[in-house]
Design a protein around this ligand. Structure first.
Ligand SMILES: C[S@@+](CC[C@H](N)C(=O)[O-])C[C@H]1O[C@@H](n2cnc3c(N)ncnc32)[C@H](O)[C@@H]1O
Length: 292
């Protein structure tokens, strides 16, 4: 158990210390930081210093340089990942799933099994949004549903597994009908997701930069709002790995500000109403009936 210290943390960090932290984070996660992220690095390392009871950022950096334990590395990685997320993020892809993609998969898939990967799932809102959507649409009640949700941050995965959210987190995109149907309010004004939805999702630690996905294949892969943190080479490698685990008809969804175009040639964009998904070259024929 780590005791949180309250003493104040002082001092500034030098360009070479920023380079050291940026290099550490790049090697461990693929995330590109650098001198322009000095403010972010400093403010996030303050939290690590406080947790460890160190009185300077330099002390944290020196500890990481000279005595890099697994616990310290995890703390620094957790602090420097950005976990911003919300329910039903960007809405349009979820509308396309409801109106077109899921009904079509329900009609054409021979095996009654649906596998979905939420890669970089943060505190779980994405994976649970998918789970609630599937549960509500009633098409898949007798299907085997596998939702695999992964992230590099151990701390955020613990939060995701707990599935307890503050009022502020709930207010970020969760439609009230889902709140009433699937959440229970606790005395401290937090909301906890019901077991029936939690059970649909399996959370695991997974580093997109260094690990090969398991041999399972997926109908849908959500890899959203994480590619933006990587350089072109890392994005290409991650997209390559995703391609290997997509079923021939499988679809990839990236974030609103992300695309595979110009990064990986073997994905083609497929439009479902106003939402764009990406499929392998083989997927076009499968979706031809409903994709524009
Ligand atoms: C901004 S959140 C996006 C969450 C969600 N996908 C969404 O769109 O709302 C980015 C997540 O990517 C995770 N992440 C960053 N680098 C990663 C890596 N190399 N492997 C796996 N996850 C990573 C972070 O921990 C963070 O939770």
């Amino acid at each position: 158990m780590i005791e949180v210290q309250t003493q104040s943390v002082t001092d500034d960090i030098s360009p070479s210390q920023i380079d050291f932290i940026s290099d550490f984070i790049y090697r461990k996660t693929g995330i590109v930081l650098g001198q322009s992220k000095k403010y972010l690095i400093t403010s996030r390392l303050y939290s690590v210093a406080r947790i460890l009871g160190k009185d300077s950022l330099l002390a944290v950096i020196e500890e990481l340089r000279l005595r890099p334990t697994r616990q310290l590395e995890t703390l620094v990685i957790d602090a420097l990942t950005t976990n911003e997320t919300l329910w039903f993020r960007d809405k349009k892809p979820f509308d396309a799933l409801t109106s077109k993609i899921l009904p079509f998969l329900h009609t054409v898939k021979k095996e009654k099994e649906l596998s979905i990967w939420s890669a970089a799932c943060s505190s779980g809102q994405e994976a649970y949004s998918i789970a609630m959507l599937l549960h509500t649409c009633d098409l898949f009640t007798d299907w085997k549903i596998n939702i695999w949700a992964t992230d590099i941050s151990s701390q955020i995965l613990e939060r995701a597994k707990k599935a307890t959210y503050t009022q502020m987190e709930i207010s970020r995109g969760l439609p009230v009908q889902y709140l009433l149907k699937y959440f229970t309010e606790s005395d401290d004004d937090n909301w906890t997701l019901n077991e029936v939805i939690k059970k649909l999702v399996t959370f695991e630690h997974f580093n997109l930069q260094t690990e090969q996905a398991p041999p399972s294949k997926f109908d849908l892969v959500f890899c959203r709002n994480v590619l933006i943190y990587f350089d072109r080479e890392t994005k290409n490698k991650i997209l390559d790995n995703i391609l290997k685990v997509l079923l021939p008809h499988g679809l990839l969804l990236v974030g609103g500000a992300e695309s595979t175009l110009g990064i990986h040639k073997q994905f083609q964009p497929l439009r479902f109403d106003s939402a764009i998904f990406y499929g392998a070259e083989t997927s076009g024929a499968f979706w031809a009936e409903i994709a524009g």
